[in-house]
Design a protein around this ligand. Structure first.
Ligand SMILES: [Zn+2]
Length: 252
């Protein structure tokens, strides 16, 4: 078995090397490491240099950071993103977060930041890795427009909240990743069965804690197993998860 953690913040762990060894032991051979700002983009590229077999770098500016940055910080981070995009496996973590952007002005700033980063993805023929807190429908529409206009893959990470929206992402060919929440919540697991088996991916969003424990890429093995064992009619297999990750990363 060869699994990919399709969304994690590996640089946020204190002991990265141990986490990678544990992941490999569990059959998790690669991780898409998404970033949030300029320092984490730099950390992600350094991790890629240190662990080139394991780290697939995602470069981007997280929507929560967008409106707190000064214009100068934004210019510098955006310039860094554009000049290093060719080294990335995807653009992310980008998206919308209306929990933190509460005014229309802040939300507009997030939408603008998302669009210019999607342009960077399009210009460099890269897939996108999206965050959508409290802006599910809006982020989904952006993902669909991006995928329709460019033909490039789009992934909505931790998106399994509504059957109605998932039936639309299935129709539009948008990838959706599920994470450790399916280990702890029957409801989250049941909702994951709505995701098309050809569009489902697995992730951890490391280091997000579950039940007081910080997630780590190795957990993707448990997430995958729970899906493989329970998904109706055995429609999700480790081969399918592998193939889906390859298609998301444009390697198939
Ligand atoms: Zn994340």
């Amino acid at each position: 078995m060869s699994l990919t953690d399709c969304h994690c913040h590996l640089y946020a762990l204190a002991r990265v090397e141990t986490a990678i060894l544990r992941a490999r032991d569990a059959g998790v051979t690669k991780a898409v490491v998404v970033s949030e700002d300029q320092p984490s983009m730099e950390q992600t590229l350094r991790l890629r240099d240190a662990f080139p077999e394991f780290v697939l770098p995602g470069l981007g500016i997280h929507p929560v950071n967008v409106f707190s940055m000064s214009p100068q910080e934004w210019e510098r981070a955006f310039f860094f993103l554009k000049s290093h995009a060719q080294e990335a496996s995807c653009i992310g973590e980008i998206g919308l977060d209306f929990k933190y952007a509460t005014t229309e002005k802040e939300r507009e700033k997030q939408r603008k930041a998302l669009r210019v980063q999607m342009e960077v993805a399009a210009d460099n023929h890269l897939p996108i890795n999206l965050h959508s807190r409290r802006a599910l429908r809006q982020t989904m529409e952006e993902a669909i427009a991006f995928h329709r206009n460019t033909g490039l893959p789009a992934l909505l990470h931790w998106f399994a909240h509504s059957e109605k929206l998932l039936s639309r992402t299935n129709r539009e060919g948008i990838f959706v990743s599920v994470g450790p929440s399916i280990l702890f919540s029957e409801e989250a697991l049941n909702l994951a069965y709505t995701i098309d088996p050809r569009l489902i991916l697995v992730e951890t969003d490391t280091p997000v804690p579950f039940k007081g424990k910080s997630a780590s890429p190795a957990w993707v093995a448990e997430v995958a197993e729970r899906l493989i064992v329970n998904y109706p009619q055995n429609q999700v297999t480790s081969k399918k998860l592998y193939d889906n990750a390859q298609r998301f990363l444009q390697k198939a």
